[in-house]
Write a protein that binds this ligand. Sequence first.
Ligand code: XMP
Length: 517
Amino acid sequence: MNNIQILIIDYGSQYTLIIGRILRELGVRSIILPPKKVDKWLASNTPKAIILSGSNYSVHNEDAPDLPSSLDISVKENKYLILGICYGMQLLAYKMGGEVERPLSNREYGPAEVTLDTKHPLFKGIPEKTEVWASHGDTVVSLPVGFSPIASSSGISAMTDKENHIMGIQFHPEVTDTKEGKKILQNFLDLASCVKDWSATDLIFSIQNEVKEILNNKTKETGIVQNVILGVSGGVDSTTLASILVPVLKERLICVAIDTGGLREGELEELKINVKSAGVENLFIIDAKDEFIENISKTIDGEDKRGEFRNVYKRIFEEQIKKYNASFIVQGTLATDIIESGKAGESVMIKTHHNVGLSFEVEDLHPLRNLFKYEVRELARSMNLPSSIYERNPFPGPGLYLRIVGTPVSLERLELVRQADKTVADIIKKYKTEKEISQLVVALLGVNSVGVKGDERVYGYSLAVRAVQTVDFMTAKGYYFKEEIVNEITNALTKHKDIVRVFFDMTPKPPATTEFE
Ligand code: XMP
């Protein structure tokens, strides 16, 4: 698959994800990384350009996020074409000797009219006066040496160096309220000589070709037509991958699903329906509930639980590889999983994902490894899968095991979170809010506290309800339920004899991850 053309450095603006989405709409692949992860990523990747996002920091804050050291803008031959947006522009200007201030008179929040230098390639084909969306307290009041202003409103709204190599925009081109924002970003992509590389059809072909090539080589080596194992969960990633591989592998595609004991209510039935709609004929379901529970209940540490899950998962797949004489195994692992499990070279380990870096005896292929969830949803649409699949919210492989926190996993507690998850999901559906939520997490917190039920003291558990909104799960915003939904969820969940409290968790990611473990 092609290299990623644009690196977006996320300084924490609420609009960063939108930059990525607009670029995809313009047909160009990008990756969003926090500043800390940029140097390592750039050591093994060569994007055509870099965009610095906005932020709620001021460059004058003591803990203001800095430019990664690989973006040494003091070096004349800085090899990257850079566009700073809002804080990104202020940071560039400040680092190069310009002045950034918080003037009392010309703070801009909301719509603003700017006058553009339409001779500059960034503003090519755009009317001289246009409405933009601004949201900044700080402003660049004097430019670094060698820079000139190319847009103005009540102050400097955009800047460029002589070579059009480092540019900055004070307003937000990624927001729809900036009328010509998409055109500005397209102009930037043209300046960076980006080519359209985000086409669902091309991606589908390239995945099919990658798998076909490995299969042909293996078949040539051994003289025997080979089988391929695909781990399926019924989720959007593995179901989409199955639908892409069925036309290439046909009956040689062996789909294996594991009943881990950590599935949600009705999930196994849903899995069968989804995998069937992907055209799969060979689906084998392995019941390994006892083995998973026995091993995971040994510990309450989040990482150790993931480790135990992974060991059992690996053992089962090794057994299946032998049983079906498979020459390689394919998994629907995404870029997010690989980055967060610290296997992407650029990232620290956040949590061990159950299916990344397993070192099977046979080759382990992850054809979706460069894609994000929203991109896989596009592939699913192109494969004509039902909307129940491409709109499906994700659920982690280790499932409900990750949602029993601080207390050992047991059959009874698994059943408690399973029913609690169903209760909350049903209420959300009843209020028709499920489309506003990217993922729902209902977790049992193993901290006992006092409650009163039927005039009696109860010393029981708490449940945490967490819903998030996100495009790519690298960052997420906590979702605020309406009061009546909060009340209905709380009432329904505390009906259980052992539950005395319900917490609602709106912490964004970062700092909190989506799951509790
Ligand atoms: P976090 O908790 O890291 O989760 O913000 C991001 C997304 O990944 C899912 N997730 C996993 N999916 N195996 C998976 O298949 C895993 O080990 C795993 N851990 C987290 C999580 O549910 C969310 O959608």
